[in-house]
Write a protein that binds this ligand. Structure first.
Ligand SMILES: [Zn+2]
Length: 261
């Protein structure tokens, strides 16, 4: 088992080194090791509400203050959370590789950007901004709850039953269509159409690696059992160090990362 795991990790490292275009796709599992809940199952309850009762347009229209206070609580968690060594190893590699690498994420917490990733596509929006529910005007002043148009400000995220933002979907499809390697980290692959991007990459002939403690993707996906903290510093740090000719890996240790609050 250990030997098999090691040979899969070695294979992943050589794929990363050899691919000219690499796309990374992350889901909730990427953020759990920073202490952010996934909102699945019983753990996802907040004051007796299930997230599916809160993260919908209908819930906001019915009880905007309940929905806003759930998001205030979640923003507070995000502000206190720190990018973990897996985030930092990935960001460091993105910054130093010349493989047109970009990160597509289902997460709304901004941790990839805080860890230094230069190119992040947020498929489900961002919890750190608001958007007018009526006219779409965006706002960074989260204390203002009413837009000039009279509509209510809501978190700029994609709720259950809502469409993905079109520019992000189009760009994701473009980078997926031209990638040689897709690395999927910590997603249960059940949320469509985002998960459809993974199968699109396979259809287009890309190699796909899944990093997950409980892998869900079928062969020919190469599956590395483990969490982001277990696996990413190993596969990305080695690649970065080789490209840096053995130099120190800035930001691979969270204690050394000054840019992260
Ligand atoms: Zn408005």
């Amino acid at each position: 088992m250990n030997q098999e795991h090691e040979s899969i990790v070695t294979q992943a490292i050589s794929w990363i080194e050899e691919s000219r275009r690499v796309v990374v796709f992350t889901g909730a599992g990427m953020s759990t090791e920073s202490g952010l809940p996934t909102f699945r199952g019983q753990d996802g309850l907040w004051q007796g509400y299930h997230p599916q009762q809160l993260a919908t347009a209908e819930a906001f229209e019915r009880s905007p203050e309940v929905v806003r206070s759930w998001y205030r609580w979640r923003r507070d968690l995000v502000e206190k959370a720190q990018p973990h060594p897996g985030h930092l190893a990935l960001a460091n590699w993105c910054l130093h590789s010349n493989q047109n690498s970009c990160v597509i994420t289902q997460n709304v917490d901004g941790l990839h950007q805080r860890s230094g990733c230069p190119d992040v596509i947020e498929l489900h929006g961002s919890i750190l901004h608001d958007r007018c529910h009526r006219c779409g005007h965006t706002s960074t002043d989260l204390d203002v709850i009413t837009c000039r148009c009279g509509g209510g400000f809501r978190p700029a995220v994609v709720w259950f039953g809502e469409r993905m933002p079109e520019p992000e979907m189009i760009r994701s499809q473009q980078v997926i269509d031209s990638c040689e390697l897709l690395i999927v980290i910590g997603t249960s692959a059940v949320v469509h159409p985002a998960a459809g991007l993974i199968f699109r990459a396979l259809d287009m002939g890309a190699s796909v690696i899944e990093v997950n403690p409980d892998p869900v993707l079928p062969a020919p996906v190469v599956r590395i059992l483990g969490t982001a903290i277990d696996v990413l510093p190993r596969i990305f740090r080695i690649c970065s160090m080789e490209e840096d000719a053995g130099g120190p890996v800035a930001g691979a240790n969270p204690d050394e990362e000054e840019g992260v609050q």
